[in-house]
Design a protein around this ligand. Structure first.
Ligand code: ASP
Ligand code: MG
Length: 485
């Protein structure tokens, strides 16, 4: 069999797959099952809650270092130690090589962490040390899981992802240098699988390193992205698939908290899944869909609690053309809408640039933008929690604080996005949306459509949000069902 025919499943397990004995034995069963079909690369997150504790440890280490703060730091380190030592005690047999190796690794790394805390205290905050500290969660969990798999007779190899993944130096949210990473990974992993007859490799999620070997993290939830990058890099060498094991079944076509009509999407294209991810469906790190799409990697989101279930989401390159033009109606319930208005904007190019610079520099995430063609107003949406900050920033800025701009902020806003690649060739979707909303007395405050034509976004009053999702769902997704009844 040539390498390319060999099956390689890259499987991501999050912290919730490693919480207790039951979930851990489930994880082990899944790995064993997939090993029957080919090679497996396991990518793991930190144990649940550990990344938050590491961030807390870093923040406390940054403060003045008085007695209470020192005590807080020591307590956090103790909690981190106990969580891991409990895991080792609970799963590995005392006295075995793997048990001893796990404790040696834990002790060494906990000492390093304490040392790092002292460095932070002396040198003051620095983003690169924060990333280094955060990486210990994945390093510890993955090493221990790998030792456990060895102990039960699976020949597993541990690799720390800084040896595999190269990133830029945007600490805290680093971007992978994909092509360089692919070269690196191709040099390391395929020969290992070939020469050592290894079928199982455990790789730490969440972090990589810069070219000058500084550890970087890929943003919260970044272990998904690690799995995607590995799949992208190994796709030419093996018959590769990536499976994200999650505590949900997969992507749903609406938010189940808003409508009980929400159901699982069995198959969805990368481009549609990306829209879903951007509009509040936080199933996957959004960048991993880009990476999977770029490499055309078959991907699956599967329910961890029901591993053999037929109900899961497959994400593929092809858009399925069935009778459903619209695949999902998603929503963001709590938004604020800001409108900046002034006759002077017409004659002042650069106003939009000034506005978005202020927002960008202050880390304000913008959910939608629209500008009327009269050019005398710009409307944009932000998270409700950013509303006060934006109001303060704009009203105190040299430019927008001037009297001829009026700034209006409405905090009772929701956003609804109607998503589906079929819209691209189908006229009349927007018309149907507005008729449906109009017939139901729902007032539309603003609209925007990306030029990708994969979604239409509608801004409405929050009080109408539930109703709007339900009526749009019936109009587009349940339409056949309804006409039969
Ligand atoms: N442990 C990291 C986090 O909590 C990465 C991950 O879980 O994917 O964000
Ligand atoms: Mg996590």
């Amino acid at each position: 069999m040539t390498e390319v025919d060999q099956q390689l499943n890259i499987m991501k397990f999050g912290g919730s797959c490693l919480t207790d004995a039951a979930s851990f034995s489930q994880t082990t069963e899944i790995i064993k099952n997939y090993l029957k079909r080919g090679n497996v690369v396991v990518v793991t997150s930190a144990f649940q809650g550990i990344t938050d504790k590491l961030i807390h440890f870093y923040e406390e280490s940054c403060s003045d270092g008085n007695k209470t703060e020192n005590q807080i730091c020591e307590d956090i380190i103790d909690e981190i130690y106990t969580k891991h030592s409990d895991f080792i005690e609970g799963n590995l047999e005392k006295g075995t090589t793997e048990y001893k190796a796990s404790f040696t690794f834990l002790d060494e790394n906990i000492n390093d962490l304490k040392q790092l805390g002292r460095v932070v205290r002396l040198l003051r905050p620095s983003l690169d040390i924060q990333d280094l500290i955060m990486s210990y969660g994945e390093k510890l969990s993955t090493y221990i899981v790998s030792q456990y798999l060895k102990a039960i007779g699976l020949n597993s190899k541990f690799i720390s992802s800084d040896e595999l993944i190269l990133t830029d130096d945007n600490f805290g949210r680093a971007l992978p240098l994909l092509e360089e990473t692919r070269k690196k990974i191709k040099k390391i992993i395929p020969p290992l699988i070939e020469s050592e007859k290894l079928k199982l490799i455990c790789v730490t999620g969440f972090y990589g390193s810069t070219k000058d070997k500084k550890i970087t993290t890929l943003g919260r939830g970044g272990t998904d992205l690690t799995a995607a990058i590995l799949a992208y890099s190994l796709n030419e060498s093996f018959n590769t698939k990536v499976i994200y094991w999650k505590d949900v079944q997969g992507f749903l076509n609406a938010d189940p908290r808003i409508t009980e009509k929400a159901s699982l999407l069995n198959q969805i294209s990368y481009i549609e899944a990306k829209e879903l991810a951007f509009f509040g469906s936080k199933v996957l790190h959004p960048l991993c869909l880009d990476v999977n799409e770029k490499g055309n990697i078959p991907s699956e989101i599967r329910p961890f609690n029901d591993p053999n279930s037929e109900n899961y989401t497959r994400i593929t390159k092809e858009v399925i053309e069935d009778d459903k033009i619209i695949k999902a109606v998603t929503s963001i319930m709590r938004l604020s809408m800001v409108t900046i208005e002034s006759g002077t904007m017409v004659s002042l190019p650069g106003t939009a640039a000034k506005l978005f610079n202020i927002l960008g520099e202050n880390n304000i995430n913008i959910k939608f933008i629209s500008q009327s063609s009269s050019e005398n107003n710009i409307t944009f949406g932000i998270d409700l929690k950013d509303s006060m900050k934006v109001s303060f920033l704009l009203r105190n800025s040299d430019w927008f604080g001037k009297q001829w701009f009026s700034i209006k902020i409405d905090n009772e806003i929701s956003l609804i996005s109607v998503i589906g690649a079929g819209m691209l060739h189908t006229p009349g979707i927007a018309g149907k949306i507005f008729t449906t909303l109009g017939d139901n007395d729902i007032n539309v405050r603003a609209i925007s459509q990306g030029s990708s034509e994969l979604n239409i976004t509608i801004i409405i009053q929050r009080k109408d949000c539930e109703k709007a999702v339900n009526v749009l769902f019936d109009a587009f997704i349940n339409e056949n069902k309804n006409s039969n009844t």
